[in-house]
Write a protein that binds this ligand. Structure first.
Ligand SMILES: Cc1ncc(COP(=O)(O)O)c(C=O)c1O
Length: 382
């Protein structure tokens, strides 16, 4: 009797199961929802003013471009820990700009942009089911993504010290905040660090907007008045994307607890997570120069004042926004109604609910557009 034809399982579909599992842990990519509004804004006769993404538009500083091209002949593999010159540049910058004292090379870990670090830290820490990760109520979505990739539980907080410490392994802080621009005061940071240490919880503070304070002076978790002079249980995350217009180069670094960074370095060596040699050389130049940061700050400050004034005149309320590259603005209506209203004026912004349900009545307005485009937005709003 002829048997039923054997059902063939292809290698591709057999290997799809674990792939689909990992993919299934992630949310839908929210930016796709903005596409129709982008089309509306782009149809404006004077063109779109895209303030939806915090991507730099001003030139890469000339001294950084020079350092990159001078390092163009880099045939060998770079190291994950980076060159000694890069580690020196990082500790020198952190002493100068963060007030962190006593940092050595063992307190430094270069990363390939801070987004990859945020997304993969829970996995690299070995977190998984039974572990909890917490992040601010309104937050950069990658904190949640990182927990999901690791299969760990995750939750948003209003006050980290009100969290149940049981099973809480990783506490994300973000000061200044994306999306709200809020800055955590030094005393509050010190209280959070003391609480986390008392419960053995790792504190990782994402400080990639630290040099972009306008109406507040952002403080690092590594400042002695917060850390108590010890880096134990603390990591501070920094990026050259915003302060030096280097988002295209992928250059960031983490500072803090030497034992933990040593473990992460080993794991990342096995994973081949190294910054290209050309970018390392560029980062050394960028970290050694404060003047271009001051120039860039001035550009953003001017744009911020112009946009802020125009939004207020248009009937917006602006909350926080004392630092960072964003204005957190609302009109007392659904963020999608605001997105739609601004798209009709040819202005694209990010809906607040991209950053958590608590943002449903706000939009995030980025300062990252040319002076000419900001002037166009201001004219349309007033
Ligand atoms: C809070 C926060 N962290 C990290 C990043 C990632 O920056 P990068 O990967 O360019 O260093 C961003 C980018 O917008 C951000 O807003």
């Amino acid at each position: 009797m002829p048997g039923r034809p054997e059902k063939k399982v292809s290698a591709v579909s057999a290997s799809r199961a674990p792939y689909a599992t990992l993919r299934g842990r992630l949310p839908d990519f929210p930016w796709d929802k903005l596409a129709p509004y982008k089309a509306t804004a782009a149809a404006h006769p004077d063109g779109i003013v895209d303030l939806s993404v915090g991507t730099p538009v001003d030139p890469v500083p000339a001294l950084v471009q020079r350092a990159l091209t001078e390092a163009a002949d880099s045939p060998g593999y770079p190291t994950v820990w980076g060159t000694a010159a890069l580690r020196d540049a990082i500790t020198g910058w952190a002493g100068r700009r963060l007030g962190a004292e006593g940092l050595g090379h063992e307190n430094v870990l270069p990363v390939v942009g801070s987004k990859e670090f945020v997304a993969w830290l829970p996995t690299q820490l070995g977190l998984g089911p039974g572990d909890r990760v917490a992040y601010p109520r309104l937050a950069y979505p990658t904190y949640e993504v990182g927990a999901r990739l690791a299969g760990a539980a995750y939750e948003a907080y209003d006050d980290p010290r009100a969290l149940d410490p049981e099973g809480l392994r990783l506490l994300w802080l973000n000061t200044p905040s994306n999306p709200t621009g809020q800055v955590l005061p030094q005393e509050e940071l010190a209280r959070i660090v003391a609480w986390a240490r008392a419960h053995g919880i790792l504190v990782v503070s994402d400080e990639c907007y630290l040099e972009l304070g306008w109406e507040a002076e952002p403080v690092s978790v590594l400042h002695p008045q917060v850390s108590g002079g010890s880096f134990e249980g603390l990591l501070s995350v920094h990026s050259l994307s915003k302060r030096s217009n280097l988002a295209g180069y992928r250059a960031a670094f983490v500072l803090g607890d030497a034992a933990l960074l040593g473990d992460l370095l080993q794991i990342r060596k096995h994973g081949g997570m190294m910054i290209p040699a050309t970018t390392q050389a560029a980062a050394v130049a960028a970290l050694g120069d404060d003047q271009h940061v001051e120039e860039q700050r001035r550009r953003y400050a001017t744009r911020r004042t112009a946009l802020r004034t125009a939004l207020l005149a248009h009937g917006f309320r602006i909350e926080h926004s004392e630092a960072s590259l964003y204005l957190w603005a609302g009109r007392g209506e659904s963020c999608w109604d605001t997105v739609s209203h601004l798209a009709d004026l040819g202005i694209l912004v990010a809906p607040g609910d991209f950053y958590g349900p608590a943002g449903e009545n706000f939009v995030r307005v980025a300062l990252t557009a040319s002076d000419e485009r900001i002037a166009a937005a201001v004219a349309r709003l007033t």
